[in-house]
Design a protein around this ligand. Structure first.
Ligand code: ZN
Length: 526
């Protein structure tokens, strides 16, 4: 099969993925019926739903520069302004290229490239690209196997099992979930906690941060139930569901000039703004900026860019490239990064900070935000594209073919059978799946050995209660011994090492990051 034909097969399903729209407030104080005592519920294990930053940090501090106290007055915060960047649905080379055109050329104030969260559904996903994206430092999270709202448990658990078996993602690394169409219930959240997830991010913060009774809470644990989506979802709020230590990371809506009635959430660039009838990128940019500033000048609740990358793809055959929208999104990020204290992060990085909220002045040395690309030079099949040439297998299933380093299964993974036995026809040795004691970049699934055994790369994966009837499962093993499909095609990598296209804003962001640290060191509160 030619790669072009392979790509064209994928368009119909991906185009269906325009989930995540909202039409109004999804909660209210009365509907929430929420009560939590912050003197009892304390970090890092517990955090009340609150509009205030975690750890008692003050979002805005007025400082005077020490040498000339009356010459200049400006605000300086000890709370970082996080932009959470997420993508949903299938992973393909053109979806990763789409994300990269917004992030690959950027740096956070510590000099590291920003990371993001990919909520992966498996139909039409190219597994080896998931491996590559994970080893590059991004978060891989669960969006069900076949993209269903109110998902049955096996849609959630099967996603973990298949990503572990065929993409080599450690079970312990998949800590987050987003429901397709943001359609979840009490039972969804209860199952996520039981299956060992750390957080869900399907709920909506649907009231502007500047309004009374806003539901734009910082991420919080469900020790006292959910406080978002109380008007729209089943069996939540008024203390339900009680899931101690399990986190909700709200998705923060954007608002155009109409305020509450001009609400936008995912892919806001697909919406018309201000009651208009056509999409206007300038109008979108204006309300993205005004919403960002409302957060930035207030309690600094995170700002989210929740994307379906297919809509801004430039490398998908036959699809018109939305250059104006792409330039607008980059212009927004250029503008945002010039503000002091702005960091682009994945959801798990945000949550790491909320659990351990160090002041902005210490963020450059905060471990979860550090650069993380491993240095591996061996020619092995391990998620580092330069190492993998000629080692990938094509699993040529007729409806969604994919590549993997971990050996093709005899049938496509399904919720009922997420880890089918492995193909070993054509004289191929079975490949060993990621074991519990080796991390992905060091594992050679062909030789079945871990290249790094020193203390610097010690790793221990966890079992998860995701087997039939909740049995614990661990990574590793081979799969089966049955004959298989075979075919040839050219693997299309993502364009991860492309030269920067939009370098504007990078250096100002670094300089302001440095300034932010100085600001923190010499703060005088008044
Ligand atoms: Zn989706």
């Amino acid at each position: 099969m030619r790669p072009f034909a392979l790509l064209v097969l994928l368009l119909p399903a991906l185009s269906l993925a325009q989930d995540g729209s909202v039409s109004g407030a999804t909660s209210s104080a009365a509907a929430a019926g929420y009560s939590c005592d912050p003197t009892v519920c304390k970090l890092p294990a517990c955090n009340c739903a609150s509009t205030s930053p975690p750890g008692g940090l003050s979002p805005v501090i007025i400082i005077f520069p020490l040498r000339r106290p009356n010459s200049l007055l400006f605000p300086c915060s000890e709370v970082p302004m996080f932009i959470v960047y997420t993508a949903d649905d299938a992973v393909q080379s053109y979806t990763l290229d789409s994300v990269n055109q917004f992030l690959a050329h950027r740096k956070n104030p510590n000099g590291c490239q920003p990371k993001m969260s990919y909520y992966v559904s498996l139909n039409y996903t190219n597994y080896t690209l998931v491996t590559d994206w994970y080893v590059a430092g991004n978060e891989i999270a669960d969006h069900t196997m076949t993209h269903v709202g109110l998902p049955p448990n096996n849609e959630i658990d099967g996603n973990l099992i298949a990503l572990n078996a065929l993409a080599g993602i450690p079970l312990s690394a998949i800590s987050g979930f987003r429901a397709p169409y943001l359609n979840f219930s009490n039972e969804t959240l209860t199952h996520l906690a039981a299956a060992g997830f750390t957080y869900d991010t399907s709920a909506t913060a649907s009231i502007p941060v500047t309004a009374n009774y806003t539901d734009a809470f910082w991420p919080y644990t469900l020790d006292y139930g959910l406080a978002n989506n109380c008007l729209t979802n089943i069996g939540v709020c008024h203390g339900q569901p009680k899931l101690p230590g399990f986190w909700e990371v709200p998705m923060y809506a954007l608002f155009d000039s109409r305020g509450q009635s001009g609400i936008h959430l995912m892919d806001p660039w697909l919406d018309s703004a201000n009651g208009g009838t056509t999409v206007d990128d300038n109008a979108t940019l204006a309300y993205m900026q005004s919403t960002f500033m409302a957060h930035y000048n207030g309690n600094r609740q995170p700002f989210g860019l929740y994307t379906h990358p297919i809509h801004t793809a430039t490398t998908y055959p036959g699809v018109q490239v939305p250059l104006s929208t792409i330039n607008m999104i980059n212009a927004f990020l250029d503008w945002a990064q010039v503000q002091a204290g702005v960091w682009i992060v994945s959801t798990e990085q945000l949550l790491s900070w909320v659990q351990n909220p160090v002041p902005l002045s210490q963020l450059n040395s905060f471990e979860p935000l550090k650069c993380s690309t491993p240095q591996v030079n061996a020619s092995i099949c391990d998620g580092i594209p330069a190492n993998e040439h000629g080692l990938l297998d094509l699993c040529a299933f007729s409806d969604f073919p994919f590549f993997t380093c971990y050996g093709c299964p005899v049938t496509e993974p399904t919720p009922d059978n997420p880890n089918p036995v492995q193909v070993t026809s054509n004289g191929q040795q079975p490949r060993e799946r990621l074991p519990a004691n080796c991390s992905t970049p060091w594992w050679d699934p062909i030789a079945g050995k871990c290249l790094c055994t020193g203390s610097s790369c010690q790793f221990q994966d966890n079992s998860r209660p995701i087997g039939p009837n909740g049995a614990n499962l661990t990574g590793g093993g081979f799969g089966g011994n049955v004959s298989s499909p075979s075919a040839s095609a050219t693997f299309v990598p993502f364009n991860g090492n492309a030269a920067p296209i939009f370098p504007i804003g990078t250096w100002p962001a670094i300089m302001l990051g440095v300034f932010g640290v100085v600001c923190g060191l010499y703060t005088v509160q008044v």
